[in-house]
Design a protein around this ligand. Structure first.
Ligand code: SF4
Length: 661
């Protein structure tokens, strides 16, 4: 017995046909589930040159191998497709209860192709899978639609359903839209919401209650007991968040210390990801003023965004499925300036950074409003923030006029103008409509390409590669470029991958100085990062579990116990390598030229900043480092195309001949 459901659901919105297909065991052995299963299926079934917003694109929803086994931090689901934003591989990831809901319907993944003639939702309860009319929900924001579906269906289902749906941004085909679940949590990246909108698929409603299983539940229980003890071990007096910004200032002056998993888990429990904001502002990690500012520009802004302010208005914490940490929270925001809502999710670090320091916006209250507005619309806050930053810099430099911006004075830190512009982007009105497809399209239309911060078409996550050059390699080399969740030099030390993988270099690298060079060792660090991340995604794991390191979150032991296997770390890292190579092959099939994907000049340090922790830093070696990374993967170091020998070694040719049936 393994943890896999063993089947996928294939739905054609054009014909209305839904069929259950068995997946050969060798596929699970090769790529696990989650993003691996998606990579296998989408590489094989999306034709070359498919229109991302056309019927040939396939939208996949998958849970990971460990979902439902009792392994901690394994409740993430991944949505994947051909991205309309980049034209290549696209994926996004979210938590909540939707991942186990897929497995409880008897599937590891759901693949949706075609386009419906009128709005529909997919209903599945483990016995039946059918398309239903969604006309009455079309036009609702993501939270309204989810609420209305619950009101209509809860009593009629044996189990309260889990729902993933799009808001207005997805319906209006904004290329920076995502897919929401559980009241505005969002799988935000790669324009996945626009693909769902193009298919006129408003929601996926899952109400199955089939059992989930594993090969060795006792072993998993023991591993989770040990992990739970470690995760909850560290406690500190409350109120320490005010010192985090000071810690960021000191970072450049202290010797390199690998982060410890216990400290990371404490930070997530106490504050969530927003703990990073004031640290990022002062340390050089967080981009300021459209990636061109220095801490001098935002002096003491770390106190505005210190995490204790947000903790004070937190009314409840929440957890993803099978996670004892609970980094999510609900906030009471009633009556705050700019705010039209009573409640919002605790904003993630990425959201605060993208609408705070990136725009020189000093209003924390406005962040609550923007967070709720964008979650309801289902728009990616990272992409939206980068796009607004571009608009402000264009306006400040006379590239955009008042006439073009519908009268909005887009100066740095103009909170009212930022709020008004985002509302227009969500509604696709006037100037907001013109820039609602992200910064690349906006700059192609209006100019200001030098201020447009995108990598291969996608806006980068809120971490500065000049502070972590390893991240600069992943921003470029990742098949979904610009994602910040594939690997960072500053996390490599904590992960201790060298203890499970014979070729992963020892974790003793300073993330700033030595990383500026191009060495074989560094190429294997970035390869190890990428392979392990793909493995985590195949397992359905949380990136924050990954950050805690292999001695705390024992992924290899968990997988062996779940599947009844006895593989070592090298074997599992090869699974990660296979998934990443499949995603790269997907891009090659779709006509992407990996060598054309580059960091914007500003992110390379051209020109270099004149003060602050990133003073004088340039990433001159980034291009060579990307080539070395490709070489370490067995891909051509000039073109990024996987070499024939690599494809054979990983058994990909054989794997793509196998089909579900
Ligand atoms: S750490 Fe946070 S995001 Fe990760 S599984 Fe737990 S609650 Fe979800």
């Amino acid at each position: 017995m393994t943890s896999f459901a063993g089947k996928i659901l294939r739905v054609d919105l054009g014909t209305g046909k839904a069929e259950s297909l068995k997946v050969p065991e060798e596929v699970y052995e090769a790529v696990l589930s989650g993003k691996g299963l998606e990579a296998w299926y989408l590489y094989k079934h999306i034709p070359a040159g498919a229109d991302p917003l056309g019927p040939d694109n396939i939208l996949a929803f998958a849970c990971g191998a460990l979902c439902g086994t009792g392994a901690f931090l394994t409740g993430r689901w991944t949505v994947a497709c051909k991205s309309p934003l980049t034209g290549g591989w696209g994926d996004a990831n979210c938590g909540g209860l939707f991942a186990p809901a897929i497995k409880q319907c008897g599937y590891d993944a759901i693949f949706v192709s075609g386009m419906a003639e009128k709005p529909v939702y997919l209903y599945c309860d483990g016995k039946n899978a059918e398309l239903r009319d969604a006309s009455k929900y079309w036009g609702m924001d993501a939270m309204e639609a989810e609420k209305a579906l619950h009101e209509d269906l809860d009593g009629a289902c044996r189990k309260k359903p889990c729902i993933a749906c799009i808001g207005l941004s997805g319906e209006k085909l904004s290329l920076i839209s995502g897919i929401c679940n559980e009241g505005g949590r969002i799988a935000a990246r790669s324009g996945v919401g626009a693909v769902m909108g193009s298919k006129r698929l408003k929601a996926v409603v899952l109400a199955g209650s089939l059992p989930m299983r594993s090969a060795d539940p006792d072993k998993i229980k023991a591993l989770s007991k040990e992990l739970g003890r470690k995760l909850l071990k560290m406690t500190l007096p409350s109120g320490l968040g005010v010192f985090i910004g000071f810690g960021g200032r000191m970072m450049g002056h202290l010797p390199y210390m690998p982060m410890d998993g216990a400290l990371t888990s404490y930070m997530f429990r106490e504050w969530g990801t927003q703990a990073n904001t004031s640290l990022a502002i002062t340390s050089g990690d967080g981009p300021l003023k459209n990636w061109a500012g220095t801490p001098k520009d935002v002096r003491r802004m770390d106190m505005v965004y210190n995490p204790e302010h947000i903790n004070k208005i937190e009314t409840a914490k929440y957890h993803c499925y099978s996670c004892p940490l609970g980094c999510g929270g609900k906030l009471n925001i009633r009556g705050r300036k700019y705010v039209e809502f009573d409640e919002t999710h605790k904003p993630e670090y990425e959201t605060i950074e993208a609408f705070g320091p990136l725009l020189m916006n000093w209003s924390l209250d406005s962040i609550y409003q923007l967070n709720e507005l964008l979650n309801r619309a289902g728009m990616d806050t990272i992409s939206a923030g980068n796009t607004v930053a571009w608009a402000i810099e264009c306006y400040e430099n006379g590239i955009l006029t008042n006439e073009q911006t519908d009268g909005l004075e887009l100066s740095w830190g103009n909170t009212e103008a930022i709020l008004a512009l985002v509302k227009k982007m969500v509604a696709r009105e006037g100037f907001g409509d013109a820039i609602a497809d992200g910064v690349k399209r906006a700059s192609e239309r209006f100019g200001g390409k030098e201020y447009a911060m995108h990598i291969g078409g996608q806006e980068p996550g809120m971490h500065d590669a000049r502070n972590d050059p390893q991240l600069g390699v992943h921003f470029v080399a990742e098949p979904a470029p610009g994602k910040h969740t594939v690997g960072m030099g500053i996390e490599y030390g904590a992960m201790s991958l060298c203890d499970i993988c014979s070729w992963a270099p020892p974790a003793k690298l300073h993330p700033k100085k030595e990383d500026l060079e191009d060495t074989e060792t560094l190429a294997y660090v970035s390869k190890a990062n990428a392979c392990y991340t793909m493995l985590v995604d195949g397992a359905g794991g949380c990136y924050y579990g990954q950050m805690m390191g292999v001695h705390m979150w024992k992924l290899v032991e968990y997988l062996n116990a779940a599947e009844g296997w006895d593989y070592d770390g090298d074997h599992y890292m090869e699974i990660g390598e296979r998934i990443q190579t499949l995603r790269q092959l997907f891009n090659i099939k779709q006509g992407i030229d990996p060598a054309s994907v580059k960091l914007p000049k500003r992110m390379l340090g051209e020109p270099a900043l004149s003060s602050g922790p990133l003073k004088g830093v340039t990433l001159e070696k980034n291009r060579e480092q990307v080539s070395s990374h490709w070489r370490a993967f067995g891909w051509d170091d000039k073109t990024g195309v996987p070499l024939k020998g690599t494809v054979e070694r990983l058994g990909i040719d054989r794997l793509t001949e196998v089909d579900a049936g």
